[in-house]
Design a protein around this ligand. Structure first.
Ligand code: NOJ
Length: 506
């Protein structure tokens, strides 16, 4: 599948995140599954992505939607069987799609046999037990410690059902190398690493004065974690066909992020600075400059299953604005050097579903904050495939999906958008096809061209991308032809619009 022998496939890959519970339900229980994904692979091939990333499908009590893993080498019956997984990988590969799976090394489920043994007093050193808790808070609200029957406490940086492993125990290290081997032997092309900066905690577990969200501190980002990724890289390199790993790494600075992608560590890490930037040419330009200057292989992410969908983030009060900006942001994202990670449903322009009834919400963030924080269910609402029915084609007829879909999903469904040249879906298809032609022929780096403050204009060889974040039309940069635009472009570039141009290069 390698197109250019000297450039690794993942450098410019467009990876599509499948949030397994919400993509397609073949079994008819209202929850997405592997067989459902398998049926929809041709859709992804036609969309024009290079790879898929599957969120956890392992046996799990689902206290955190599967990010609480009870068995790292299996498939939860809710999602299918190992045979379904093998068939999915085989079909994906036959269609030219690579497959990444999620690995969750920071914590297991409290139902994991190791934690169950720890509760009985056996092998406690695989987790972090102490006689007294410190003052750390869980990322999902509330204290990060829970007391067990014998009076001691265990650490969980997320829900109490997600006890943190003790990575200072060599048994944990060995176990995860073996888990990686298990999936590599099954033919996966790589891994997405959950909470990749969290594995080690400062040894003495000191109290913290102010624990801001996943910031470098005694809680996150300890230097010992890099040895783990060196081991993982060495393992990946023993396999053929450029197996890779991308880290979910939250850091305060791009310099800290760059530490995770040194040549003998992870291949990539998500660039959350891109999705955290507001709709502003100045903000975007700073993230681009910092990224290109600090990270050897960039990634660009606008949305995922943990954040408010970007159409809504950019939307102000007017959904039309959000939609226009989401289209423009895609052109910027796909024109930048590096790889892009798309989140299922963004190709349909799905909004964040903000008015889910409290009784439908399942995210532990909502539950643990006693409803104070809405949680992440709003970006996880099942995909509308058809314009009608009980679940808009997500589940077989007569079955209600695990989260309710709003009425506007009819208009946004795959069926309604297919063949409509003005739709978001057809726009994504055109943009991905055009990028496929360009990505590996233009130089990796970028050059800024002159523009006013509210407009970004950058070039990579013959490709010029311009995006207008201001409120006034901007002049179009010099060009030979217009390759693609996110909205109507005449003699000038309207606000909230982006364009790809071809220019003459000597
Ligand atoms: C990051 C995952 O993306 C998120 O969904 C999960 O809740 C936490 N890690 C804990 O595993």
């Amino acid at each position: 599948m390698t197109r250019h022998m000297d450039i690794p496939w993942w450098r410019d890959a467009v990876v599509y995140e499948i949030y397994v519970r919400s993509f397609a339900d073949a079994s008819g229980d209202g929850v997405g599954d592997l067989a459902g994904i398998r049926e929809r692979l041709p859709y992804l091939r036609d969309l024009g992505v290079d790879a898929v990333w599957l969120t956890p499908f392992y046996p799990s009590p689902m206290a955190d939607g599967g990010y609480d893993v009870a068995d790292y080498r299996g498939v939860d019956p809710l999602f299918g069987t190992l045979a379904d997984f093998d068939a999915l990988v085989a079909d994906a590969h036959a269609l030219g799609l690579r497959v990444l799976v999620d690995v969750v090394p920071n914590h297991s489920s409290s139902e994991h046999p190791w934690f169950q043994a720890a509760l009985r007093g056996e092998g406690r050193d695989r987790y972090i037990f102490r006689d007294r808790p410190n003052n750390w808070q869980s990322t999902f609200s509330g204290p990060a410690w829970t007391q067990v029957d014998d009076g001691s406490w265990y650490l969980h940086l997320f829900a109490p059902e997600q006890p943190d492993f003790n990575w200072r125990n060599p048994e944990v290290r060995e176990e995860f190398l073996d888990i990686l081997r298990f999936w590599l032997d099954k033919g996966v092309d790589g891994f997405r690493i959950d909470v990749a900066m969290g594995l080690f905690k400062a040894e003495d577990l000191p109290d913290v004065r102010d624990q801001s969200f996943m910031s470098k501190s005694p809680v996150w980002g300890q230097p010992e974690v890099h040895d783990v990724y060196r081991d993982w890289r060495a393992l990946l390199d023993t396999y053929p066909d450029e197996r890779m790993a991308v880290g979910e790494v939250w850091t305060d600075t791009l310099e800290d992020l760059a530490l995770y992608v040194r040549p003998d560590e992870l291949h990539q890490s998500f660039n959350f600075a891109w999705l955290q930037a507001p709709w502003s040419a100045t903000a975007f330009r700073k993230v681009i400059d910092d990224t290109v200057a600090t990270v050897p292989f960039a990634t660009w992410v606008l949305s995922n299953h943990d954040v408010v969908r970007h159409r809504t983030r950019y939307g102000t009060a007017d959904p039309g604005t959000g939609m226009a900006r989401a289209r423009a942001a895609l052109l910027a994202t796909l024109a930048l050097p590096g790889s892009a990670y798309l989140y299922q449903g963004e190709e349909l322009g799905l909004p964040e579903v903000e008015n889910l009834p409290p009784e439908a919400r399942q995210d532990p963030v909502f539950k643990r904050s006693k409803g104070e924080l809405p949680g992440r269910d709003g970006c996880r609402v099942p995909i509308p495939w058809s314009a009608r029915g009980d679940s808009y084609g997500f589940s077989p007829e007569g079955v209600k999906p695990w989260l309710p879909q709003p009425d506007e999903f009819a208009e946004l469904s795959v069926a309604r958008q297919t063949g409509d040249p003005g739709s978001m879906l057809e726009f994504y298809r055109r943009a991905l096809a055009c990028r496929r032609e360009l990505a590996r022929t233009v130089p990796y780096g970028l050059e800024w061209l002159e523009s006013s403050e509210d407009v970004l204009v950058f070039a990579r060889g013959p490709l010029v991308c311009a995006i207008n974040c201001g409120t006034e039309p901007a002049p179009l940069p010099p060009h030979e032809s217009v390759l693609l635009s996110s909205g109507p472009v005449g003699g000038s570039l309207p606000p909230d619009t982006a364009v790809w141009l071809r220019r003459a290069v000597s």
